[in-house]
Design a protein around this ligand. Sequence first.
Ligand SMILES: [Zn+2]
Length: 322
Amino acid sequence: MNLADVVRDFPTEESCETFLATMRWPDGVECVACQSKKLTQTVRRGKISKKTGLRGPDQRLYECASCRKQFSVRNGTLFGDTHLPLKQWFMAIAVVCQAKKGISSNQMARTLGVTVKTGWYLCHRIREAMHEDNPEALQGMIQEMDETYVGGKYRGPEPNRFHAKNKEIVIGIKERGGDVRFFHAQDVKSGTLARYIRENISPEAGMICTDELTSYPGAVKQSGLNIEHRTVNHTQREYVVGDVTTNSIESAFSLFKRGLVGSYHRLSVKHLSRYLHEFQFKANNRRNPALFQDVLKGIAAKPRLPLRTLIDGPDAESQSPA
Ligand SMILES: [Zn+2]
């Protein structure tokens, strides 16, 4: 579903609410407090603004017959955090889904005719919804793992670990021909890498391909997985040896980096994970025809995000100096 589809299919706020309700409660609307399905619908007239004298939009509410709770379809979800009309939310989701290399808050603001601040909040909430909680372990026989460096002040040729000062570390694991996982890591020590291997690769996997970084052999051993470790030696310009290559995880990284350069300009370290969630989700759903619907469901399923958490970013805690 692209932006034009959204404009055509959802002409009114009510049409958005109806669609969102079917996404949120596929088995029929239920009370957010007691899960009862005995509900009645009421309309609360919009309040008259003291500033403008204009009446705000009417609110369609459900009322629970068992516990008397009144709630709207946005209640208790990420949608409930703003007063923005659902139609603008839907348009924002369509825009994010379509933007292969990501979209900046400025661009979002211009596209929707909202302030840059609103554009920023929208983009970050949508990224939050794209976060896959506890995804399944990567199953494929061949896994590729690699590290890359982003952000920071270094300018010059392709950065690597020798230029890593001021840079953020991103770890990627990709099942050959399958899904990818990205992580904002604190370091590339064996113990850290071992944890990513253990938590993301199925014990059934047969081989893991990495570059020559010295922490990988120890990491694979410490992971406890019975998996063959093969390396390509990039410093000796070795990229493909039979089945052994890290080319697919590297292409995944390069799409992410093009997105960073093209859309985000200045990357805020404390939000790096959210950008990674977005790119991971898009990479893993590139052939999903119901991408728009799935993001919508994601937003409806995520609890509200306190403003402080949104602004501080998911990586803030781990980044603060000890
Ligand atoms: Zn109830």
